[in-house]
Design a protein around this ligand. Structure first.
Ligand code: GLU
Length: 423
């Protein structure tokens, strides 16, 4: 997936460095942040249903624990590599700092196309991976969660595997679990809900009415799908959506309820390519989706989507990054020159980890919060963080991305200084 030139970790370092310069930091204050604290690579053997054995590559990277236990998802994807996992782990460190959670950052991944595995193979893969990263994870040190192509069921298997090794049930080792086994109400929708809050805030800030605002969403998974639903109910006009198979466009706005019903069919998830188009709905490609004429573009798929070429053609006034790392550093520069507002991933999609943190708190205290409490606390944190980031961007006369990094960097460096370097 990644071309030679594109190294997500180097891109991450570039942004980090830039924020440190703007803050006039001494290198000794943030030198350690350039390196992940721990990286574990594992080879995961799995007995396949046909009796053969396949070995999958897996990673768990802990970027920083300066502000608390490491937190971050696990993704299953055929193209993941170590630089991507390192970058995503570092993003988690900054994301948790932006929303002021007492957590550090981590990320895990398995190089696999999960759609090609049977459910039992997926379960064996997950359990063996969990066993192999067991020395690193735990409720007091590193707490995984869902990410691309992983879900509640998989988190349940991780919780069970960890618990079997301990000899007792440990709810707090992983978040995003099914509610029946220690999951939190509202966690599934949390990232999409947080994205929706941010879209509403940024529209307000720009003086655009939410009702009728034109929106395009790349990716209709848990995050994109939830955001589409919530924004549609809010009265926004979702003119374009897409998934890996294709995109759909309708000038007068798509019927999101109908599309969601189609995707979430009884036997799992269906792809958009089978959705009956025609009449005012036409199929579009990825590039057309990213460059269509909208108020807000929401990339909610993978990284490296808004490239230099796309950035020059973007017609959206605002980009809200629901995915992690969807905009390259070069593209970001072009968007800034063009005056397009970009709400960065580390703020826009922080709703997921925020409710993960709530789940962990509930697990540690053995309590269950009501969904209204969770949603209102989530909204409070998203709105406050949006204000904090906006203020930093104004104070330093910079973009929202740099505002978010400056805010996070200040918090991280403070924590590092207070703790000091051991020994
Ligand atoms: N994978 C999500 C993210 O990238 C959630 C992480 C978590 O809940 O720990 O933010």
């Amino acid at each position: 997936m990644h071309d030679q030139k594109y190294n997500p970790y180097e891109q991450m370092l570039e942004v980090m460095e830039k924020s440190a310069k703007m803050l006039n930091l001494d290198t000794r204050d943030y030198e350690a942040l350039k390196y992940p604290e721990r990286e574990l690579k594992v080879a995961i053997p799995v007995e396949m249903d046909d009796g053969t054995v396949r070995v999958f590559e897996g990673h768990r990277v802990q970027h920083s624990s300066s502000r608390g236990p490491c937190k971050g998802g696990i993704r299953y994807h055929p193209d993941v590599d170590i630089n991507e996992v390192k970058a995503l782990a570092a993003l988690m460190t900054f994301k948790c700092a932006v929303v002021n959670l007492p957590c550090g950052g981590a990320k895990g991944a398995i190089r696999v196309e999960p759609a090609q595995l049977s459910k039992n193979e997926l379960k064996r893969l997950t359990r063996r991976y969990t066993a192999m990263i067991l020395p690193l994870i735990g409720p007091e040190k590193d707490i995984p969660a869902p990410d691309v192509n992983t879900n509640e069921e998989i988190m349940g298997w991780i919780m069970d595997t960890y618990s079997m090794f301990k000899g007792f049930t440990v709810h707090g080792v992983v978040t995003g679990k099914p509610v029946e086994i220690g999951g939190s109400l509202g966690r599934r929708e949390a990232t999409g809900r947080g994205v929706t809050c941010i879209v509403e805030e940024v529209l307000k800030h720009e003086g655009i009415q939410a009702e009728g605002a034109r929106i395009a969403i790349q990716g209709m998974g848990n995050v994109g799908g939830t955001a589409a639903k919530l924004l549609y109910n809010r009265g926004c006009k979702i003119v374009a959506v897409s998934d890996v198979s294709c995109g759909l466009y309708c000038e007068s706005g798509l019927d999101i309820n109908d599309i969601m019903q189609y995707i979430e069919c009884k036997n799992g998830r269906r792809l958009l390519e089978g959705y009956p188009a025609g009449g005012s709905i036409r199929r579009i490609g990825n590039e057309e989706l990213l460059t269509c004429d909208v108020d807000v573009l929401i990339p909610a798929a993978l990284e490296n989507q808004v490239t230099e070429k796309i950035a020059r053609q973007v017609k959206a006034r605002i980009i809200v990054e629901a995915a992690n790392g969807p905009t390259t550093v070069e593209a970001d520069r072009i968007l800034e020159e063009r005056g397009i507002i970009v709400v960065p991933d580390i703020l826009a999609n922080a709703g997921g980890v925020t409710v993960s943190y709530f789940e962990w708190v509930q697990n540690n205290q053995a309590v269950l919060w009501r969904e209204e409490i969770i949603n209102s606390r989530l909204e409070e944190i998203m709105l406050q963080s949006f204000k904090d980031v906006m203020k930093k961007a104004q104070d330093y006369n910079t973009t929202l991305r740099m505002g978010a990094y400056i805010l996070a960097m200040e918090r991280l460096v403070k924590a590092k200084k207070m703790r000091g370097i051991f020994p």
